[in-house]
Design a protein around this ligand. Sequence first.
Ligand code: SF4
Length: 1534
Amino acid sequence: MTSILTAGEAVARIAYLSSDVIVSVQPSLATDSEFSNFFKQYAENRASGLICKGVPEIQSVRHNADPLLSLYQPVRSGKIATVTTGSGILVKSIPHLYRLANYPVVIHVSLHPTGNPDYSDITSIRNAGFTLLQSTSLQEAQDLALTAHALAIRSGKGVIHFFDAANSQNDQPIAHESRDLVMNVLNTELARQYQGVKSEELSLYVSEGRPLTRNIGLSGMDAPPLANGSPVASGQASPGTTGPQQPSSASSSSSERHSGSSAVSEAESATTVDSQPRSVSSDDIDFICSSVWSQIRSFTGRQYGPFNYTGPANASSALFLFGSDPGLFASELASAHHADFFRDAGLITPVLYRPWLAERLLEALPRSVRRVAVLEQIRKRTTKWGPVLLDVLMSLKSSAGPQAPAVVGFQLGYLEETTIVQALSGIFQNLLGQSPIQNLEVGAPDGSRQPGPRRGLELSPPKLENAYMKILDQVFAERLYIANKQSSNNVGLGDQAISASPEYGFGSLLARKAHRQRFVGEVQAAAKSHDFTTNTPQKWLTQWALAASNAVEANKLAPDVIQRLATDGSPAANQLLSSKGLFFKESQWLIGSDAWSYDLGNSGVHHVLASGENVNMLIIDSTPYSEHAAHDAARRKKDIGLYAMNFGNAYVASVAVYSSYTQVLQAMLEAEAFEGPSVVMAYLPYNHEEDSPLNVLQETKKAVDLGYWPLYRWDPKAGDKGEEPFKLDSERLKQELQEFLRRDNHLTQLMRRHPEFHASLSESYGSEVRKVQKRKAKDAYEALLEGLQGAPLTILFASDNGNAENLAKRLGRRGKARGLKTMVMAMDDFPLEDLGNEENVVCITSTAGQGEFPQNGRNFWEGVKNSTDLDLVNVSFTVFALGDSHYWPRKEDKHYYNKPGKDLFVRLTTLGGKQIVDIGMGDDQDPDGYQTGYNEWEPKLWDAMGVGNVENIPDEPPPITNEDIKLGSNYLRGTIAEGLQDQSTGAISAADQQLTKFHGTYMQDDRDLRDERKAQGLEPAYSFMIRCRLPGGVATPDQWQQMDAIASHLGNETMKLTTRQTFQFHGVVKGKLKPAMQAINQALMTTIAACGDVNRNVMCSSLPEMSELHREAHAAAKKISDHLLPSTTAYHEIWLKDDNDKNVQVAGDAVQDFEPLYGPTYLPRKFKITIAVPPHNDTDVYAHDIGCIAIKGEDGKLQGFNVLAGGGMGVTHNMKKTYPQTGRMLGYCDKDAIHIACEKIMLVQKDNGDRKNRKHARLKYTIDDMGLDVFKGKVEELWGQKFGEPKPFHFDSNIDTFGWQKDERGMNHFTMFIENGRIEDTADFPMKTGLREIAKVHKGEFRLTGNQHLILANVAEDQLDTMKDMLKQYKLDNTNFSGLRLSSSACVAFPTCGLAMAESERYLPELVTKLEGVLEENGMRQESIVMRMTGCPNGCARPWLAEVAFVGKAYGAYNMYLGGGYHGNRLNKLYRSSIKEEEILDIMKPLLKRYALERNDGERFGDFVIRIGMIKPTKEGRDFHEDVSDDVELAIPT
Ligand code: SF4
């Protein structure tokens, strides 16, 4: 039988059997660890694991490449993951350990250096939340490795198994653990449950320290299987154990916590203040371990417990060993002679080190033991008393009371085998003496194995306590620089030495930083010089200079750079080498004491915080808790932490080394990494050298547990990483701290819950930059006005869509013409503190959302509203408000009408302002809109100001219209080319924004980021949307791949398939606009006239089952599209010629283009044409300016088209003059003439459309104003032909048919569901990648449908299987969605569309999900109901033709429409206005139920709601606003 020779092999085999993924940490990828070569062997043999289904994945990672980072991905995707590593990585990985402790990961740690490792690597991480298991022999290595995996799976928490491989190097080989045992112990069923769970955590930062709510392991724990495989009820496990529901009364205690808590729950208390979910307790771990070990025992006979005791049952003394060679110690103790001090002594070692189970220790130790020597092999001693000594001491003292054995600590150095007896003699001599000395060192303290004189036992005096300094040294080693280091012996002892010179220290740090900065400059210069012997140094210096500010990178490169310079030997190299220390980036610290807290404002703390410099401070507070109350009340200490947190720019931590060592390390690492000042307050209650360990421990415990010294970490920048800024690492908080957090939490929560408040909150939260900007802007304005005569008039506006702003500017111009010194500003740009000094103020505001201020007036309003000291007695003011009296139809909402203006007027009056004139109100419902009210109000204002009758006022220039822009653009050139060159902004000019639409691109900005960027004084995050022109939506696989590449490399990595069958890219920044345009054209597509006042993309039914007809219809679409293309060469010049091409015509050139069809002003408005092939109305033929209904001839071929004209969707809310319209029938036209007929219709519109009012410019209004017959006559006249009688046709639906279909030629087509047309990769659904891969092999074509879905078209039989496999592989073959989802569509809206009033694409899928339950319940899952949503009434997703539609009214509020025809034949009608989700669901759920119960056979939803009288039918667009209930708040149907 094969056998196992080393601990590394034993562990590797168990790890391999028990994992999906193994992260194998190696010294280098070429050098094996003690585990890695076994993994390689197993993998080469394709050996199968037990946990994973197949061969586990092995990831080899270098030890210095942040190896635990590799764990997040597998654990979050539900993989059972294991790490094998040396101990050297642990301390640096503490930030990861805290997070990974909440996953069932196992870390097997081989302690290094083997044979004499430093166990401080283990004690340092004891509070990180992991369960820690130790093995000390070969057999134990195998059994406890298995225990570790079983424990991880059953508890759901991380486990670290550690061992010193040298302990077992002389052990006899052992047999493999049987696969049966492994299977049985591991609980593979439970493991499977984990494998199905994906974590919702997405970043490294979210949920840090927050226990996950996955209780898989715990649930499985209630009935752990016994050795025979039968489950056992809770509490019935092996003797001496208690179930998790029955915590033992004695429970555990540790040096870190009072009894009853555990290491696990302690780590989990590292959480935010408000969360306390169920955690795994030490009792749980105890219970699981007992259960696992009971299974191992019944299989193998081997016994394990949390502590392993060997020796006489009546021992009088014992050695507690936390170090190497327990076997050797045990055998020496066992063979003690009568005369030896250590006769009758036993040996005890921890198997389960964390959680520390005090009760189990007492059980393991014979009651006869009176004295216990604790040997700790901790080389890097940071505290006076070792952690294990404190653990043992607390356990025995608190459990056994005064009868407790005496405990004496020893520091274990390296012992030669031959000196063990001598060492034991010394240890026991001291232990058994009258007054044992604590902390004696045993063996060579530096751990050296070098031959030479050895010390078995050497007395050495205890060191002074300088714990925190040593920890800094442990963490940062040679990088550590302490600026005000007096003498290490002073630190932590008192305040007299340290408090003396913090300013000096700080000054020296600044000087040091400047010095290094200079050095970096010198290196940069040297890297560009030619002063070196070879070229090598330049390369290294450049690399270093780039990394100079990054400590990790710079320090990694430094030795190489120094070596290269030394080899070079040139004077330049020597010069740099003379300061070679500066190649390393230091960790710089100032050390202070609590003396600073008496006069914080003048202390070093204040200087550091105020400077904002990247400096770390460690402040040691040594006042014992018991004494703090007795302190001089007049010299009350201030809370430095609170002071620093209130400053807002500093990292702050409060730590206590005798409470949580790991937290100290974590805080120091975080403080160092923080860019800015950091303050770590460290507690070390200390009276004098003779303090007993118990004393210090108890003082610390009291202070922490009572909340006098809470443990916490505060990172003000944590929010940027999606993390909570405050992490409480202990349980109680002082009241002041609670108040601070409540205040801070309140603001943070408020901002999260109500993003609309964000700007005002952050404004009031100290945005200094904005204040300065405001001040500068106003001062500049005032400087401009200097010297002008006349009374001052300050006009402040708040405006979202530009109306209020334009009005304010016009008022300003008119005021100036009347001799007034006018100043016009957005309200938010005006420094509020100046308001009381103004003479005359006019505020003009429009109304946003639910009666709110527009975005650029919100902070101003908040300030005015909340100010208590604003005095306006010397200010004269008035307000003009713009709104829509019908926008809120419900009675209770009527007060929203002009609410901001009315509120402001009242408030300014309250603050003492004198009214110049009464408030003016403009109403969109008036005949001239808001102008009606304004025209009455403005003259009153001038009269009141005494400038009503001024003569010779110059004429105002007329406002610039879109028509002017087009006319002056030289055939769409404008200044686009120059604008693209301007790198000072991501934007282009307003006029060019209109013109680029004709080129297929719109400027947008990310609305999610607007407020934040504004608060930071940045321009909005501008980017461009690009829309392709793709007649009929047909693309080749090559084109698909090219589109994919454009989205990935030049856009936001997603593409939108639009409702008009084309590709749309978002997030293209200005610098990438031209390359993107060129790439689109290289793909033989174009973007010209994809937007703008021209004929846009021509659509065509997708027809997967009728390819022949599709070919003909598509050809017709292409012909129409090409025929109506603009002729301007501007597109080619601006986008396609390269920068060196001199032959470019830009604005101003003498050569003029010619537009034979369009002329210089193009069309009055956008123009859309579509083709539908009955019975499919999948392109919504009634919704476009021209709708062509294909007519099939007798021969089955395309014969011609019935032509509809005047369909259109765009509407303005509540403006009854605007309405959606369906196309009206003009008659039949042969297929060969269709492009000419379309041209003529377009030309009649060009000449007759309304060019004055863009809201009335679409063809639908032209026809309605002119009358259909007159319009048709004009077309026929221009055409010279007449339309024929329309041919009969019939439509069935306007949705797509999903799944595979075969056409008449035997080719296959698959229509796949693309939700709202968005092509993107997500973690679960790599849709974009899948389609790209398919495009690489597909030989047919892609067809984009008018419903935003996609057809994989023309798949030949021999490719069918491949395509099916690929669709399956990428989950694209799933069409098993509800009929409602398959029939739904949404426009883009937020965050990119500038017109969006509410969410659409991001929200509709959610709404559908919320309705699907009702559909399921009523057996209607498959029912198709056409539901559409848009973010505004522009109607891009053609909502007015849906059976049910939601159109954005304000953020979160929608107008609801009902009664559209199922196949896009009838418009719907307004049912409810401004309703939110709750109301939508309240209406829809019972309505769907009622539909299920009461519908007639085959009756469609849109028809049903009309039949039951819920809504009146809309016969055509002009009826759209008719018969809408006055009170659209109709009773909710039941
Ligand atoms: S319907 Fe409105 S919100 Fe939606 S994409 Fe069109 S313009 Fe934007």
